[in-house]
Design a protein around this ligand. Sequence first.
Ligand code: ASP
Length: 355
Amino acid sequence: MLGGQVLAQDALVVDSPKWSIAIHGGAGTITRERMTPELEAEYEAALQNALDAGARILAEGGTATDAVQAAIVLMEDDPKFNAGRGAVYTWDGANELDASIMDGRDRSAGAVTGVTSIKNPILLADKVRTESVHVFLSGKGAEEFAATQDIETAGPEWFGTERRKEALERVKAQQLSALDIDHKFGTVGAVALDQDGNLAAGTSTGGMTGKRWGRIGDAPVIGAGTYADNRSCAVSATGWGEYFIRVGVAQSICSRLMMFNLLDPEIVKAIRNEPESAETKINEITERREIDSQRAADAVMREVKQLGGDGGVILVTPEGHALYSFNTAGMYRGRATSEGVNEVAIFGEVLAGEE
Ligand code: ASP
C-alpha cells in the first residue's frame, strides 16, 4: 500500500516512509557457460555486499545520495568490476575513470571524466555536485579540484589488474574492438529512493578496453548514463556508451514517466472531481506505475538495440518500484526495498526488445 499522496503543483509526490534501491555491476554476454560456480558466488557476494550497504543507509533514514555512493564505493574498490580498482585500460595503457551522480530532489548533478588518480571517482563526482558551481569536470582539472577537497588518491598500481591488462593486449594484438574482447562491460551503478521521497542515481566506470583519443562514454554524461528527478525516476545505465549517449537513455526514460505523471487523466480527474475517492484511485494508478515504468525502460532499451547498441539500465520510481531492463544475455544486478524485496541476479530471463 502506498502512503498519503498529494498532487503538488507539477508533480505527483508520494509521501511515505518507503525506501528502495537497485544496483548494477555491468551488462553483457554473461552466461552460465562463461562462468564458474565459484566466480558466480563471488559476484553474488559482491553485489549483495554493495546492495546491503546502500539498503542499510536507506533503512536507517539516510539519504538516497549517500546510499548510492555507499553501494558504488564498494564496487569501485572491488577488482571484479570495471570501475575504480579493476578498471579497464585505455589504448595507451592507463586507467581513465568516469563517474557521475544526480540528486532528484533539486536535480543537482556532478560528474568527472578521465581521472587517473582518484580512488573513488563517485565521491569526487559528488563533491563536484555539492562543492563546486559546475556539473562536469575533466582530467587534470578534475584532479586539481579533488586536491582542494577531502578526496583520497591512489597510484596506478591500485587500479591495475592483470586480467584487464591481458584484455588490452588482446585488443591491440588482434585489432579487436572492446566488444569483441570483453563481452561484459562491468560498469557499476546505483539508484535509490529514500524515506523522504528523494531519488538519486550514480554511475562509475573505467569505460571500454582500448579506448583512445580521450573517448568519453555515457557513464559520466548526465542524461545518458545517469539521471534522477523526483517527479519521474532515477536511472543508471551500463552498456555500449556511444549508443546510450545518442539515445539519451537515462533522461529519456525519466521523461516518459514524467509525461505519465503529469498527464494521467485519471489522476487529474480523481483529484479535481472526486476528492473523496481520490486516494484509492491514485493508489490503484500508482500500482500500475510498475508496469508503466518497466514499459518505459524497455522501450528506450529497444531504441538502443535498434541503433545497434546493447546494455541495460536500473531504475527506481517515486512509488518505490526497483526495476531492470537489459538487452544483453545478463546483467550483474540487485534490488532491495522496504517492502521486503532483496535479491541479486546475474543471468537474464527476459530480454527487453525480444518479446
Ligand atoms: N557504458 C560504459 C562506457 O561506454 C561502459 C560500460 O557500461 O561498461 O564507457
